[in-house]
Design a protein around this ligand. Structure first.
Ligand SMILES: [Fe+2]
Ligand SMILES: [Fe+2]
Length: 324
């Protein structure tokens, strides 16, 4: 039964006035869903306050309504990105978090432990978003850049989920680290929004075009200049996510232990998410095990210990090599 519904935060529903384009359900008991708001009716704000005071933070929408829910959400985003500074930050964060969650499609099957970690990571991304900007205007500016392209939004969210799950596996579990890693991963490629969109789609780049793409970590920092609340560690992740252990990365060829460890985590999550979601026409998507084995064969690129932990997290414990 649960599989027919997806969760949405009570707060998200409470923000919207007017007719909802979908039915909303409450899970009264495990697996028992009751319709509380009908499509085309308005949500009862007093009742939502009561739900929240009873610690009910999640409501549900039928998966059949996912498209109308998505359209409704993107219409809201469109409205606020058109530039009102009057919106309160909590509402912006809630809309952004909900939009991000909508982009997630399961990419690793049959791994319950990972599923639990992904849910946990999603919660931490929501908390990290509160640091996005110290005022509504800078938050909107960041989100406009992040949502300038749906594939960037989706990539950013996936990388953030997988970076946090790897951070958890590596015991980077204090709250400050998690906020830094979640937000750094979410914003790692925000500089792409300042590049020519056609350049990012091209498969055969000239050396000069390639140099332009390599500017994106620095362009990302420029977008965040006005957001003073964002910690410097988040900026380090953005700047260093393409550095490599062997010193062949960019922009600063840092190498080895000069790379900020959370940036090493994001580098692994980002390559995994890029390869696993890459699809060439007529060709099947790459499997998680093939992606990881390709990453392991790229000797000198990634932190070995982190990559081994990532492999174990995605594929289960690594079997010892057979002795003769
Ligand atoms: Fe990047
Ligand atoms: Fe990326």
């Amino acid at each position: 039964m649960t599989a027919e519904f997806f969760p949405v935060s009570t707060k998200f529903i409470s923000y919207f006035k007017g007719a909802l384009p979908f039915d909303v359900y409450l899970e009264r008991f495990t697996g028992k869903f009751t319709k509380i708001y009908h499509k085309d009716a308005e949500a009862d704000s007093n009742q939502i306050v009561r739900y929240e005071s009873n610690d009910i933070k999640t409501l549900y929408i039928s998966k059949n309504d996912k498209i109308s829910y998505g359209n409704f959400l993107y219409k809201e985003i469109d409205q606020f990105t058109k530039g009102s500074d009057q919106l309160d930050k909590a509402k912006i964060v809630e809309i952004i978090a909900t939009a991000l969650e909508l982009t997630y499609e399961k990419i690793v099957e049959d791994n319950n432990e990972l599923d639990t970690s992904i849910t946990w990571a999603s919660y931490h991304i929501r908390s990290a978003l509160y640091l996005m900007g110290d005022n509504a205007a800078s938050t909107i500016e960041i989100f406009k850049a992040l949502s300038s392209d749906l594939s960037l939004l989706k990539h950013s969210y996936l990388v953030s989920l997988f970076s946090l799950t790897l951070a958890k596996k590596l015991d980077f579990t204090n709250e400050k680290n998690l906020v830094v890693i979640g937000l750094g991963a979410l914003l790692h490629d925000i500089g792409h929004s300042r590049l020519n969109a056609e350049l990012l789609q091209k498969s055969n780049l000239t050396p000069r075009e390639w140099e332009e793409i390599k500017d994106h970590p620095i362009l990302g920092l420029k977008i965040l200049e006005r957001s003073r609340l964002i910690p410097d560690d988040v900026r380090s992740i953005i700047l260093q996510h393409h550095e490599q252990r062997n010193g062949r990365g960019y922009p600063n060829r840092l190498g080895g232990n000069k790379i900020f460890p959370p940036a090493k985590i994001v580098a692994i999550a980002e390559e995994f998410c890029t390869m696993i979601t890459m699809s060439s026409p007529g060709e099947p998507a790459l499997s998680p095990s093939l992606v990881i084995s390709r990453m392991k064969s790229d000797i000198g690129h990634y932190d070995r210990e982190f990559l081994d932990a990532f492999e174990e997290m995605i594929l289960g414990p690594i079997k010892p090599a057979k002795s003769k």
